[in-house]
Design a protein around this ligand. Structure first.
Ligand code: PRP
Ligand code: URA
Length: 209
């Protein structure tokens, strides 16, 4: 599928294996997700546009490059997106942050919206929407529709784990939005869970049931 990148790195795969283990504690799940998100973001931001600026080092003037344009925007899909957000902010502490509150109705598997707050000037920012899980793709597609409605044009979606069904549905809804994943799993089960997956990301991240 065009526009889909599975970020392949031994550290990502190793940490993901530790997270998948059902015996992983809440604390280690949270720490590993934060660590992986830095590795994912490093790759996802590789093609950011740069500009040349004049600076002075302690010994000489020089032309150096910095990231062009307004500050990046990271949008966390609540709740579990917050687990990825922390690592992204470790890497880019000046980024603006938006939140979109969605939960998946357990019967219909459709996303239900309950909150939204985004920074201004979305049309001038590279926006990264983050959620650890791309299962049916409904939540990701709804979140990206919200940021587009707020004016965002340069949008990327980042998840730790995806299912082929979700990637296809998301691509059908937003063919212009590149998707970055830490891994693509086999399929969804009858309850819409990613198989083999890691279970419910929000519950494992926050220690709820
Ligand atoms: C999980 C996950 C995604 C969604 C993915 O959230 O964090 O947002 O499910 O499923 P989908 O691709 O089928 O839409 P959940 O609805 O469990 O809410 P939570 O983060 O508040 O736990
Ligand atoms: N949401 C999750 O947290 N896990 C899944 O496997 C599917 C949706």
């Amino acid at each position: 599928m065009s526009n889909l990148t599975v970020i392949d790195h031994p550290l990502i795969e190793h940490k993901l294996t530790l997270m998948r283990e059902k015996t992983a504690s809440t604390a280690s799940f949270r720490r590993l997700l934060r660590e992986i998100s830095m590795l994912l973001a490093y790759e996802l931001l590789r093609d950011l546009k740069m500009e040349e600026v004049d600076i002075e080092t302690p010994v000489a003037p020089m032309k150096a490059r910095k990231i062009q344009g307004k500050k990046l925007c990271f949008v966390s899909v609540l709740r579990a997106g917050d687990g990825l957000l922390q690592g992204l902010l470790d890497l880019v502490p000046v980024a603006r942050v938006g939140h979109i509150g969605l939960y998946r109705d357990p019967k219909t598997l459709q996303p239900v919206s309950y909150y939204g707050k985004l920074p201004d000037n979305m049309d001038q920012r590279t926006t990264v929407v983050v959620d650890p899980m791309l299962a049916t793709g409904g939540s990701a597609a709804a979140a990206v529709a919200e940021v587009k409605k707020a004016g965002a044009r340069d949008v990327r979606f980042l998840a730790l784990l995806g299912a082929p069904e979700g990637a296809e549905a998301f691509h059908a809804a937003h063919p212009d939005v590149p998707v970055f994943l830490g891994a693509m799993d086999e399929r969804l089960n009858e309850k819409g869970y990613i198989i083999p997956g890691l279970g419910d990301a929000g519950d494992r991240l926050f220690g709820t049931k």
